[in-house]
Every structure is written in structure tokens, then in C-alpha cells.
Ligand binder design. Structure first.
Ligand code: IPM
Ligand code: MN
Length: 339
């Protein structure tokens, strides 16, 4: 079996708490790896003014994968201006490592509004409104103008859509839904819609449909089982995956993989939830999302069997404890014991 170099960025709030359990479970799955911890996030920024030094970015590139807990400062913090860590750390990693797919699987938890759902969202992860195009004119005056553009390249849209078709083709239902807002975003929507149909012609076995993003919010609540794979742009993907997480059982279970499918560098795996400062360091956070994210890492590294075992262990734990009252470490232990 291979040996892996994993960079571990616990980050802020409950990030380190949940990652400790993820590492425990990966070890219990019998996968051999070295974990190198990197202190990045609000604490480092407040102490040193550094967000992501170039030397650290270079070191991260030399790993097989990155596990990330959570990044962010408390909402009331005045020491970290909004966007400092989001743009300077999380998005910088996604962009500089070309993690162009954000893959987010949703499997319903018993008793959840969408308990029978089982679908994947492929969120474009390097373009759209996240690209940072825009600026101010006459800032601070009564005639201030703020623009925030959406960047959509044929290459960026196509590679994301292709990834989604490849995924859909290998699932039993073989169905892919494009989510966008082509009736209003007539430029970017047109590019997405056209590219989607052009690529679809190469995948005759995959059935397709299209939902406006607002309608998809109704379907995610009222008919979530209609979805198999969804592909969408960066901002729509951000929003609908919080909704999907909420209806599938809570954001505490939602995992994500920031993938560089071309494998020109490491991919990064992180729970969808944030830092939850109110329960940080209290052994109260649910590590299920971090553990499932670690399973996505194992799968991407080619450790398919270990990945399946970890995912099955998490799902079997969730099925027997739909509303866990256990501590973070107890949940990690209970999942590790199943392996
Ligand atoms: C997510 C998060 C990030 C995003 C934030 C923290 C920048 O909400 O991963 O969904 O908007 O992508
Ligand atoms: Mn989000």
C-alpha cells in the first residue's frame, strides 16, 4: 500500500477538533500517511499579520492532499477584516492549486426532511463572482459605484461540466441537472447552457435536465430525490449546498472535496461547515462531516476500499445515532471502532 503525505490545516474554531477525529479514523482504516500540521487562520493572522506566506503555499504543493478544518474569524471580530481569510487563504488555495471542482455529496440522514436523497453537487470552484473581478468608483461618496463581475471562461465551464458528466456516467441513475439562471444571466447562462448541451452530445447514456436556481431551491426541499448529479456555477453552488446540507440532515454531516482532477498538485478536503466558535475546543462539535471529507480524500488518492469502509462506517453510525448526543471524540471513536 502507498504512503501519503497529508498537510493538515486545522484552522479556526472547531476545525482542529474535528480534524483530529478525521485523522484518527483514517489511521483506523489502515491507510499509511504522515500528517504535517500548518498553523494558518485567524490566530496566525492576528499574531503575525500573515495569511498564507508563499513559502507555505510551496510546501503545501509538495503534499499528496490537504485536509482543512475551518477558516474564519468570529463575526464580531474587529481584528480580521471580512474577506481577509476567505479570499487570502481559502480562495487563494482553491485558485492557486487549481481546485476547479468543489464536489459535495448529500446522503439523507434518517428523519431529515430529505432523508431519502442521494445526490452530488459539482460546484465550479475557480471562477464566477468568486474570481474577484470588480471594484469601486468614487468610494465613500454619494455617487459611489461598486461592481462585482462574474468571470466565466469556456475552458473553466467546460472542464467542470465534463467532470460532472464523467461522474454521472458512473452512477446508476446517470442523470445530470444543470442549475443556473439563464433567463436573467443571459451571457454567463448562455455559455453554461450551450457548453452543457455540447458536452452532453458526447455522453448519450446520461440523461439531462435544467433547473433555474430559484426553482432548484423548491425542488431541494420538496422533491430532493429527483436529483442525481447537479452541476452549477460557484456562487449558486455555494448557496444550494448549504440548503442541501440543511435538508439532508444538517450541515454537520456535509463533506466537500476541492479537486484538481488534472492532478497537477494536491487536492483539498474540508467539511462544508464553518468554525462554530461558540463550541470550539469543548469536545462538542460533530466530526462526521470532517470524517466524510477524509473519506473523499482517500477515494481521490485511489484508496477506494478504505474510502468505502470509512463512508460506510460514518453512514452506519449516523443511521444508529441520527441525533448524536455524544462528544466529538466519542463520535470519532465510535466510527473508528466500526472499521
Ligand atoms: C464554502 C464557504 C466559503 C465559500 C467561504 C468561507 C469563503 O462558504 O466553502 O462554502 O463561500 O466558498
Ligand atoms: Mn458556503
Amino acid at each position: 500500500m502507498s504512503h501519503y503525505k497529508v498537510a493538515v490545516i486545522g484552522g479556526d474554531g472547531i476545525g482542529p477538533d474535528v480534524l483530529a477525529e478525521a485523522l484518527k479514523v483514517v489511521r483506523a482504516a489502515g491507510v499509511s500517511f504522515d500528517a504535517t500540521e500548518y498553523e494558518l487562520g485567524a490566530a496566525r493572522y492576528i499574531r503575525t499579520g500573515e495569511v498564507l506566506p508563499d513559502s507555505v503555499l510551496d510546501e503545501l504543493r509538495a503534499h499528496d492532499a490537504i485536509l482543512l478544518g475551518a477558516i474564519g474569524a468570529p463575526a464580531e471580530s474587529t481584528e480580521v477584516p471580512p474577506g481577509t481569510l476567505e479570499r487570502g487563504l481559502l480562495l487563494k488555495l482553491r485558485f492557486d492549486l487549481d481546485l476547479y471542482v468543489n464536489l459535495r455529496p448529500f446522503v439523507g440522514v434518517p428523519g431529515a426532511p430529505a432523508e431519502d436523497c442521494d445526490f452530488l453537487v459539482v460546484r465550479e470552484n475557480t471562477e464566477g463572482t468568486y474570481a474577484g473581478e470588480g471594484g469601486f468608483l468614487r468610494k465613500g461618496t454619494a455617487h459611489e459605484v461598486a461592481t462585482q463581475g462574474s468571470v466565466n471562461t469556456r475552458m473553466g465551464v467546460e472542464r467542470c461540466i465534463r467532470y460532472a458528466f464523467d461522474l454521472a456516467m458512473n452512477r446508476p441513475a446517470k442523470h445530470l441537472t444543470l442549475v443556473h439562471k439563464i433567463n436573467v444571466l443571459t451571457f454567463s447562462g448562455d455559455l453554461w447552457h450551450r457548453t452543457f448541451h455540447e458536452v452532453a452530445a458526447e455522453y448519450p447514456d446520461v440523461t439531462t435536465d435544467y433547473n433555474h436556481v430559484d426553482a432548484s431551491c423548491i425542488y431541494l426541499v420538496e422533491q430532493p430525490t429527483r436529483y442525481d448529479v447537479i452541476v452549477t456555477d460557484n456562487l449558486f453552488g455555494d448557496i444550494i449546498t448549504d440548503l442541501a446540507g440543511a435538508v439532508a440532515g444538517g450541515i454537520g454531516y456535509a463533506a466537500s472535496a476541492n479537486l484538481n482532477p488534472a492532478r497537477t498538485g494536491p487536492s483539498m478536503f474540508e467539511p462544508v461547515h464553518g468554525a462554530a466558535f461558540d463550541i470550539a475546543g469543548q469536545n462538542k462539535a460533530n466530526p462526521a462531516a470532517a470524517i466524510r471529507s477524509a473519506a473523499l480524500m482517500l477515494d481521490f488518492l485511489g484508496e477506494r476500499t478504505a474510502a468505502e469502509h470509512v463512508t460506510d462506517a460514518v453512514l452506519s453510525f449516523i443511521n444508529s445515532h441520527p441525533n448524536p448526543t455524544l462528544s466529538t471524540t466519542e463520535i470519532g471513536d465510535a466510527i473508528a471502532e466500526r472499521l
